[in-house]
Design a protein around this ligand. Structure first.
Ligand code: IMP
Length: 219
């Protein structure tokens, strides 16, 4: 069920549907109770909380001194994660946000071309930057973002991601901190969405396949 894009990169059909032709809630048949749309809770609330706390401690230790650390949250998926992570980091931080989209209008294939929908508000010149991402899949988004930010003359650029699907990586990335490695399943919750739904779930769960089967050409 994986298509091959023109440039040879494998593209998860659901991800195409997800980032390209975004389904609206009513059209994709989401249930009134979002929990009914989850086939399996992959990472529960307590497990996430413990891991985020540990990541915060590691990040605090990795940036000694009082120089400003800029957390760059990649919208919208990392909203929930950055909210918890920033409170687990016991040092001076500043938050900035960027919003990017991987696929151009109408194009449902991953091209590696990233459009910046919302750029940084402040300068990162000479500062330590920590990119906060919800999930790394092919790696194309962060691959672009890392070099984009590196071009703005920061002192350092590092990456923390809550989730990683290493099986689907196309672009090699130096990921400094990973919350959880997960199998190649489409997940929602704790900030992650499908058609803008499910971001408010307190756990990370696998979306029932029947909810997106028609989008990827399954009966
Ligand atoms: P990448 O450029 O392929 O690494 O894409 C990463 C982006 O794809 C994430 O920031 C998410 O927005 C989206 N994504 C990839 N896998 C999932 C998933 O399982 N659930 C929700 N969003 C996903």
């Amino acid at each position: 069920s994986t298509r091959r894009a023109a440039h040879g990169a494998t593209v998860h059909p659901l991800q195409s549907a997800h980032r390209g032709v975004r389904a609206k809630g009513g059209e994709m048949g989401a249930s009134k109770n979002p929990h009914d749309d989850i086939s399996e809770v992959l990472i529960d609330e307590a497990k996430i909380a413990a891991r985020v706390k540990a990541l915060g401690a590691e990040i605090t230790a990795a940036y000694p001194g009082n120089d400003e650390l800029v957390l760059v949250s990649v919208l919208k998926g990392s909203l929930v994660f950055v909210g918890d992570l920033m409170r687990a980091i016991d040092r001076n931080v500043r938050i900035d946000v960027m919003e990017v989209s991987s696929y151009g209008g109408g194009n449902t294939e991953s091209s590696g071309t990233v459009r910046i929908l919302k750029d940084l508000s402040g300068s990162i010149d000479g500062l330590d930057v920590l990119i906060v991402e919800d999930i790394i899949d092919t790696g194309l988004t962060l691959n672009y973002l890392t070099s984009y930010l590196a071009g703005k003359n920061p002192r350092s650029v590092r990456i923390v991601t809550l989730l990683d699907k290493p099986a689907r990586r196309i672009a090699e990335l130096p990921v400094d901190w990973t919350g959880f490695e997960i199998p190649d399943k489409f997940v929602v919750g704790y900030g992650l969405d499908f058609g803008e739904h499910y971001r408010n779930l307190r756990y990370v769960g696998v979306l029932k396949r029947e909810l997106y089967a028609s989008l990827i050409g399954e009966a």
